[in-house]
Design a protein. Structure first.
Length: 445
């Protein structure tokens, strides 16, 4: 008997056999979410190419429109024209702020353009507290005063002063906001222990095109000489290394092969090495662009620990864990970036995965087979892990929480289907009780 039926959108995934083929890679969501608010610091029309049509990117475009920008976005072509000459406001509505974590990236650009900003605390995935104290503490050192009432934060650049800032942790968001705020302050600002993720460096490349005096130096330092007028820009957003990781894992877990000609292999060194340690054959293209994978038939389990770049990406922890669920042996997975980023474990366990957790560490023992189930995606990367597991699981899997999937990926289900996956987006009645694909003797009640 089924119970608790309700109407909702979900992905239905069936066991799909070997996945193989060649597909293109979308623009990097995380790079786009840093670049788009930076356009606030210009006065004119900029053009971005290879812009992904993920829900988070669409929300960021809406945020720019709310500030007064004129936006034209051709989602099918990945082409956006943004005219910032009409921006007159420095306040972001709580409704838009709650839609995504990256909305806070507009703080630095607004301070740079207007010397003030008003915004609410941002929303997004529930994968950890992710306070913005690194942003606020260091902006205060640069001369920003804050007034907070409830969730509303008012910022005012009162006494701009270039600084040598040393981050306690290489926060991506703090690095982005500090760079943008520093661009309006005459003199040199140094951000030491800065985040140097490829997406941050894509933002740096955009700012250099705008005319900013900015460079990354050693050790892990970004130097900004502020006070220059920034010009509109044309830029092609870098390919999404995180989408690359999911596509490679899809082929690897199915025992297939894949070619990604525009994949930024240079940004995935440690991840690719872990795939090689599992036994998969990886071929990198010239100049660090392009990746080909030929899967091994008997993948070995590998342990890994997430770290800031160039360490193992936290955003590939969940999908990589899915691959370990069917690998030969036992491994340890440790999450050091976000404290709540093992929530997907319980959903993988529903599918027969053998995983035990203690604090921020998970021990995964590979099983011969996973089984279809009804699962819930709790965040963007959990959604990709569950889809990957479902593609090799016996029977049918229904995944709800697909707003996270839409937030993080631009048509990724279509690319997986090009490789041979059986995935259908359905909006219908979904029972809260799954039709368990496991033999009755293997089910737990």
């Amino acid at each position: 008997m089924r119970e608790g039926s309700a109407t909702q959108a979900y992905l239905e995934i069936k066991q799909s056999g070997v996945l193989s083929g060649t597909v293109s890679v979308s623009g990097a969501k995380n790079a786009a979410l840093a670049i788009l608010p930076a356009l606030v610091m210009t006065n004119g029309c900029s053009r971005l190419k290879n812009l992904p049509a993920s829900a988070d990117v669409v929300h960021m475009l809406q945020l720019l429109e709310e500030l007064g920008a004129s936006v034209t976005f051709d989602a099918s072509a990945g082409l956006a024209d943004i005219d910032t000459s009409t921006i007159k406001r420095w306040r972001v509505s709580p409704e838009l702020m709650r839609k995504m974590r990256a909305s806070v990236f507009v703080l630095g650009p607004l301070l740079s353009r207007f010397g003030r900003a008003e915004l609410s605390m941002p929303g997004g995935c529930v994968i950890g507290a992710r306070p913005i104290n690194y942003h606020l503490e260091n902006l205060a050192r640069m001369g920003v005063e804050f007034d907070q009432s409830g969730d509303v934060l008012c910022a005012h650049l009162v006494c701009p002063c270039p600084q040598r800032l040393v981050l306690e942790y290489p926060s991506v968001g703090a690095t982005i906001n500090l760079i943008c705020a520093a661009l309006s302050i005459s003199g040199q600002t140094q951000i030491v222990n800065a985040a140097l993720e490829p997406e941050v460096l894509d933002l740096v490349a955009v700012l250099q095109k705008m005319g900013a005096a900015i460079q990354a130096t050693v050790p892990a330092t970004i130097e900004v000489v502020g006070g220059r007028e920034l010009q509109p820009v044309e830029h092609r957003v870098m390919p999404d290394r995180l989408e690359v990781g999911v596509l490679l894992l899809a082929a690897a877990m199915s025992g297939g092969s894949i070619k990604l000609p525009d994949a930024p292999a240079y940004s995935l060194d440690l991840f690719l090495r872990k795939l090689e340690d599992m036994g998969h054959l990886i071929t990198r293209g010239n100049d660090g662009m392009g990746v080909t994978l030929q899967a091994t038939k008997v993948p070995r389990a590998v342990s890994f620990t997430t770290r800031p770049y160039p360490g193992f990406p936290t955003d590939l922890q969940a999908p990589m864990m899915a691959a370990q669920c069917i690998a030969d042996g036992t491994c340890a997975v440790e999450e050091t970036v976000f404290e709540n980023r093992l929530v997907h474990v319980r959903e993988l366990q529903k599918m027969g995965a053998q995983i035990t957790c203690k604090g921020s560490k998970a021990i995964v023992t590979g099983v011969e087979e996973l089984y279809g189930a009804n699962v819930i995606a709790s965040d963007i990367r959990a959604s990709s892990a569950l889809v990957l597991a479902a593609l090799v699981a016996r029977g049918r899997t229904s995944m709800t929480g697909i707003h996270h999937w839409r937030r993080g990926y631009d048509g990724l289900e279509g690319k997986l289907c090009q490789l041979g996956a059986q995935i259908v987006l359905t909006e219908s009645v979904l029972s809260s009780v799954a039709e368990d694909a496991r033999p009755q003797s293997e089910r737990s009640y």
